[in-house]
Design a protein around this ligand. Structure first.
Ligand code: 8NA
Ligand code: MG
Ligand code: MG
Ligand code: MG
Length: 352
């Protein structure tokens, strides 16, 4: 297992940014038409198009918080990350945050401001645990921002799992929220490790993830009150079956995998989009598998920015920055900054 190059670090984070920025205009709407999306991407890839820059949303705002914390502190620090989440939210509350996570930010702000109280009153883990009457959030907000953790910890599997879990539990403590973030982190890490000069062995990629998530769900529990023992492993089986089927029916994909703000019904969907885009998709005209990944993710509707962002992180980590069309990049807010930060993260991430 070799050292991962800087292009893959940049690809992962630019991929996450582009998915967020380009998917955001369609978030929550009904699925956009095939023609609308084809034209949307075609026009941005055309160098003469100077359309307005697309703003990033909460997905990227929180990713940037984690990224800058790693760079400035050189390690994972929960109080520093919590502080960045809070500061970023109150400076720019209109980035499209989830409805309930704002409660966590408000409580965290009080905790972080109260320096000389008892330990329990300064516990940064508490507010997330109190969400949804103590069951915790199962939204995809932990998964959508996890890419920097996957990059920083890529060479140390145990550190990756434990850091991704802690990072998620600052806002999301439900098992489905946490395990969804672990799946996303593992998928990005695997994408980094695969050589993109060879065709992707999709079957091998999903089998590896299934084995890892089996261990995760055995150890962490499933977080549901029904009979499904390993909900993410079940979703991964569906991903595998869908990848083998000849027909690609959007309705079936949405019905089986989902396109919602729940981690369980969006992280496996993002993985499917990345893997399915390794082959041509009839309704999408492009040779570029990164663009195909984003365009397909957004075509499914629902939580388009987040699903495209998660799939974009995997695809960018696999292909590297040079593969990502510059026209698409130029239409996204913050792309130069995130490339610069990716380089810095690469220089401090422990190598194997
Ligand atoms: P969150 O923790 O506030 O969760 C989001 C929502 O999920 C909550 O408001 C609830 O409706 C639901 N939810 C979460 N946990 C539970 C539970 N235990 N029981 C019942 N319902 C629950 O925020 P988040 O950070 O997870 O959210 C991330 C998403 O919100 C991303 O898609 C992000 O882009 C943003 N967002 C999404 C939309 C959209 O329409 N899809 C719109 C604006 C913002
Ligand atoms: Mg968002
Ligand atoms: Mg469609
Ligand atoms: Mg979203």
């Amino acid at each position: 297992r070799g050292v991962v190059g800087v292009s893959k670090f940049k690809g992962a984070l630019v991929g996450a940014l582009l998915g967020d920025c380009l998917g955001a205009p369609f978030e929550g709407e009904n699925e956009p038409s095939t023609d609308t999306l084809q034209e949307y991407f075609d026009s941005m890839e055309n160098p003469s198009t100077k359309a307005p820059v697309k703003r990033f949303t909460d997905d990227t705002a929180m990713t940037l918080g984690i990224l800058k914390s790693f760079i400035e502190l050189g390690c994972f620090d929960e109080r520093d990350i919590a502080n960045r989440f809070v500061t970023n939210y109150f400076r720019e509350p209109n980035r499209g945050y989830g409805e309930s996570v704002v409660t966590v930010f408000k409580k965290l702000r009080q905790i972080l401001n109260s320096s000389n109280r008892s330990n329990s009153e300064t516990d940064v883990w508490k507010p997330a645990q109190q969400q949804f009457n103590g069951s915790g959030s199962l939204g995809n907000g932990g998964a959508m921002r996890i890419a920097p953790v996957a990059l920083y910890c890529y060479s140390d599997y145990k550190l990756l799992l434990s850091t991704a879990e802690k990072c998620t539990k600052l806002t999301h403590t439900h098992k489905l929220g946490v395990n969804g973030a672990l799946l996303q982190a593992l998928a990005v890490q695997q994408s980094l490790m695969v050589d993109s000069s060879q065709p992707l062995d999709v079957d091998c990629f999903i089998n590896d993830l299934m084995a890892k998530m089996t261990e995760v769900e055995k150890a962490n529990g499933n977080g549901t009150d029904n009979d499904i023992e390993m909900p993410y492993v079940e979703q991964l089986k569906i991903v595998k079956n869908l990848l083998m089927s000849e027909n690609l029916d959007d309705e079936v994909v949405i019905d089986l995998l989902g396109n919602s703000i729940r981690a369980q019904y969006s992280v496996p969907t993002a993985l499917f989009c990345f893997l399915r885009a390794q082959k041509p998709i009839e309704s999408i005209q492009t040779e570029n598998k990164f663009r195909r990944t984003l365009q397909y993710s957004i075509s499914l509707g629902g939580d388009t920015d987040t699903i495209a962002s998660m799939a974009g992180a995997m695809s960018g980590a696999y292909h590297g920055l040079e593969y990502i069309n510059e026209g698409l990049q130029s239409h996204c807010e913050g792309v130069d900054e995130i490339i610069n930060l990716s380089e810095q993260l690469h220089s401090i991430a422990p190598s194997p």
